[in-house]
Design a protein around this ligand. Structure first.
Ligand code: SF4
Length: 242
C-alpha cells in the first residue's frame, strides 16, 4: 500500500471537514492549508529508479491518491488531466480516490475514460444523512467501475439502503473522528450500517472507533493508537480488507 499526494491544501466543504486532520497538522507549522499547491510528489507514480524500474513498484498493490487535499478540488482541474494520464499508465496498481466532491467528478475527465478505468475505485465520503442523500445518487449515476461509501467521521445514524440495493457499491467503511476536538461516534450507528450492508450483501469494514466512542450509552475516550485496534477487536467486518 502506498500514498500519493500530488497536491496539498483544501477548503472545508461540509460537516465532516470541521476537524480536518490536514488543517490540524498544517497549523502546527503555521502553514495555510487553504492554498492548494502541487507537491514534489506530483509525478511520483511514474518516477523511475536508476535501474529503470518504477519507484512505486507493482507489489505495493494499492495507492491512496490525494490524502492531503481533495482530488476533485477546483484549483487542480488542469493538474488532474496529467494525473489521469499517469493513473492510466500504471495499470499494475489500483488507485483509491476518497472525495467529498463527487459532483465535480466529470471535470477534466480523460476522453478515453468511457465507463471507467479498471484500476480506479472512487470512494464517496458522507458523514451524515444530508451528505449521503446529496452525494450517493451522483456516485451511482457516474461512469465508474468501482464505487465505495465511507462514513468517516460518522456523525449520526445514516440510512443508505436505497443506494446499497443498486448493487453498485463494493464496500462501506465506517469510522469515528480523531483529534482533540473529536465529535462522538455511537456504536449503534456503526451496527446499523453493518446491518444494512448484510441485508444487501455489501462488504462492511469498521475502520476505527475515533477518540470519543459511545457504546451501551457509555462514553469512552480512546487514544489514537487504540482506535483501530478496538475496531478490530469488535470483529464485525464482513468483507475484504485492504
Ligand atoms: S475535503 Fe477532506 S481534505 Fe478537504 S477540508 Fe474536507 S476533510 Fe479536509
Amino acid at each position: 500500500m502506498s500514498i500519493w499526494n500530488p497536491w496539498h491544501g483544501c477548503h472545508k466543504k461540509s460537516a465532516g471537514c470541521l476537524n480536518c486532520y490536514m488543517f490540524r497538522r498544517d497549523s502546527e507549522y503555521e502553514k495555510d492549508s487553504t492554498i492548494v499547491t502541487k507537491t514534489n510528489s506530483f509525478d511520483l507514480i511514474v518516477k523511475k529508479k536508476r535501474d529503470g524500474t518504477y519507484k512505486v513498484q507493482s507489489d505495493e498493490g494499492y495507492v491512496y491518491l490525494c490524502m492531503t487535499s481533495d482530488f476533485f478540488i477546483e484549483e487542480a482541474d488542469e493538474w488532474r488531466k496529467e494525473i489521469w494520464r499517469m493513473v492510466r499508465k500504471r495499470q499494475d496498481l489500483n488507485f483509491f480516490i476518497i472525495t467529498k466532491r463527487i459532483e465535480r467528478f466529470n471535470v477534466s475527465l480523460p476522453d478515453d475514460w468511457k465507463d471507467g478505468y479498471d484500476n480506479v475505485t472512487i470512494c464517496s465520503t458522507c458523514e451524515n444523512q444530508k451528505t449521503a442523500d446529496e452525494r450517493l445518487p451522483i456516485l451511482l449515476n457516474l461512469p465508474i467501475k468501482h464505487r465505495e461509501i465511507i462514513h468517516e467521521p460518522m456523525l449520526e445514524e445514516i440510512n443508505i439502503e436505497k443506494y446499497l440495493q443498486s448493487n453498485k457499491i463494493e464496500m462501506v467503511t465506517c469510522g469515528g473522528e480523531s483529534g482533540p476536538n473529536a465529535r462522538e461516534c455511537n456504536y449503534d450507528w456503526i451496527l446499523n450500517t453493518r446491518n444494512q450492508c448484510l441485508k444487501y450483501n455489501v462488504p462492511f469494514y469498521f475502520k476505527q472507533t475515533g477518540a470519543k466512542f459511545i457504546k451501551d450509552n457509555k462514553l469512552y475516550n480512546i487514544e489514537r493508537k487504540e482506535q483501530m485496534k478496538q475496531a478490530r477487536k469488535a470483529n464485525i467486518d464482513t468483507g475484504k480488507l485492504l
